[in-house]
Ligand binder design. Structure first.
Ligand SMILES: Nc1nc2c(ncn2[C@@H]2O[C@H](COP(=O)(O)OP(=O)(O)OP(=O)(O)O)[C@@H](O)[C@H]2O)c(=O)[nH]1
Length: 470
């Protein structure tokens, strides 16, 4: 996972390291819903079909909010224009690798933070291209709410929305990760002359899909018309002469983001930090990025990496919304530096940090899962091989036993030991991963109990872990 301003992060971290030794350790605060300076923390993932304009929209928003200075944008404009990609200048705020800029596509999650009137927002800009859906899944697994960006351009909305486009798959994945609030940004309305008819027609189709098929509640879906390229309706209402002013009186994108609700978190639960990136491992220290899904952590705490059970001590914490801190709470993302004895390759993305002893999260290989099958061509059978995604982890797996087919709405058994599970069916199945993994029942930790199953580059099912079996 890359970060838009790695350099300043490293500087912050160095500052944290030099000052930590002289700072006396503070007492542990009562873990709250990670409210910081009176503002609630919310993690928002930005998704949508390839080229919907996600990075441009968010880059322009960050620029208007003052997080990117005029000189930097000017530099991006010049460089992008020399590279024959002038229209990508704002996208470069978030797409910061050479490869992404050369190809004009986001490949990995870009993470950045900004503030609204009442929120501290950690923004995860996800790739739209089908090839990078696994990275999008990692982003969605860390988010509390989502911004779904729709390209309103004639023909392009249709491509993104029809089967094979990423709009539907992204929305279904969001819901399977427990995201219930979705802000739909209808983008590129400048390309259709800010047509109200076009906007209304798109809203009707997306709303129908979100509420009837993807499982979102109508009152949790907000729609906002925008142009990421021109910067219209992002942080300020459009002027009186703008076409949008004739038919839209609703919120700006920023107001709609501010209105998102931070979810109830497992603040009092046992510590669970999902590792999303490992930057540097030395024999006696490791630096990594992660999200606290449950509990809280302080510098000085003794912790364990699961499933390897390697012990370590937390040295420095750098939250995404603050440069340096002594304690980080549930819902926060950031960078962690730990000391211990680390063998090469014993810690990686997808591992989970726990406290209170290695046996507080028992690694397992076999799971009982309640599964919802997507619209698939080839049914799932005993012996089917696939990849299991859970939080930031991906592991090859096998369907060992199909226990029952169940009724989607009330969970009653429709058939025991079915021969297969085909499209849109639901079932209780036993899945075995090739290696032991850090997964828990959904009732113990929601983020560690939600899984996505993919096969040959397509999502075939989503589910929740009912039980770990062995
Ligand atoms: N006319 C117009 N073009 C836009 C708008 N927003 C983005 N674009 C253009 O659409 C193209 C793709 O923009 P990106 O921001 O890279 O799209 P993306 O959704 O982040 O792309 P991926 O992450 O690779 O899926 C660029 O040429 C942008 O300038 C808009 O509001 N209006």
């Amino acid at each position: 996972m890359h970060q838009p301003n790695n350099f300043s992060r490293i500087l912050n971290q160095l500052a944290a390291i030099s000052s930590a030794s002289s700072t006396p350790k503070r007492a542990r605060k009562v873990a709250s819903d990670s409210e910081k300076d009176g503002k609630q923390l919310i993690n928002v993932v930005v998704v949508g079909h390839v080229d919907a304009g996600k990075s441009t929209l968010m880059g322009h928003l960050l620029y208007e909010l003052g997080y990117v200075d005029q000189r930097t944008i000017h530099k991006y404009r010049n460089e992008a224009s020399h590279a024959g990609k002038a229209s990508f200048a704002y996208a470069w705020v978030l797409d910061d690798t050479e490869q992404e800029r050369a190809r004009g596509v986001t490949m990995d999650i870009a993470r950045t933070a900004f503030e609204t009137a009442t929120k501290k927002v950690v923004l995860l800009d996800a790739p739209g291209h089908k090839d990078f859906i696994p990275n999008m899944i990692t982003g969605a697994s860390q988010a509390d709410a989502a911004i779904l960006v729709i390209n309103a351009t004639n023909g392009e909305f249709e491509t993104g929305f029809e089967n094979g486009g990423q709009t539907r798959e992204h929305a279904m994945l969001l819901r399977s990760f427990g995201i219930s609030q979705i802000l739909v940004a209808i983008n590129k309305l400048d390309t259709v002359g800010w047509s109200k008819q076009r906007y209304d027609a798109i809203v009707i189709q997306i709303k129908n899909f979100l509420t009837r098929q993807a499982g979102f509640q109508s009152n949790k879906c907000t729609f906002v018309p925008v142009s990421g390229l021109d910067g219209d309706n992002l942080t300020a209402k459009v002027g009186p002469d703008h076409q949008l002013n004739q038919w839209y009186k609703g919120p700006t994108l920023l107001e709609a983001i501010d209105a998102l609700k931070a979810p109830k978190r497992m603040a009092e639960g046992p510590l669970r930090i999902v590792i999303t990136d490992v930057f540097k491992t030395q024999t006696n220290s490791i630096s990594l990025a992660g999200k606290i899904e449950s509990g809280d952590v302080m510098a000085g705490d003794k912790v364990y990496f699961m499933p390897t059970a390697v012990a370590a001590t937390v040295k420095y914490l750098t939250s995404d919304t603050e440069s340096q801190c002594d304690q980080m709470c549930c819902g926060e993302q950031g960078q962690f530096t730990l000391t211990g004895v680390f063998e090469p390759d014993t810690i990686s993305t997808g591992h989970v940090i726990v406290a209170g002893g290695p046996d507080t999260l028992k690694p397992a290989k076999r799971f009982l899962v309640r599964l919802v099958v997507f619209d698939i061509q080839i049914p799932i059978m005993k012996g089917t091989r696939a990849e299991l995604y859970c939080h930031s982890m991906c592991e090859p797996c096998t369907f060992i036993h199909l226990r029952s087919a169940i009724n989607k709405s009330d969970g009653t058994v429709v058939k025991t030991k079915p021969r297969c599970l085909s499209r849109n069916m639901s079932g209780m199945v036993e899945i075995e991963t090739d290696h032991e993994v850090a997964i828990e029942p959904y009732t113990v930790c929601r983020a560690l109990g939600r899984i996505t199953i993919r096969r040959s580059g397509n999502t075939i099912a989503v589910g929740i872990v009912e039980q770990t079996l062995a």
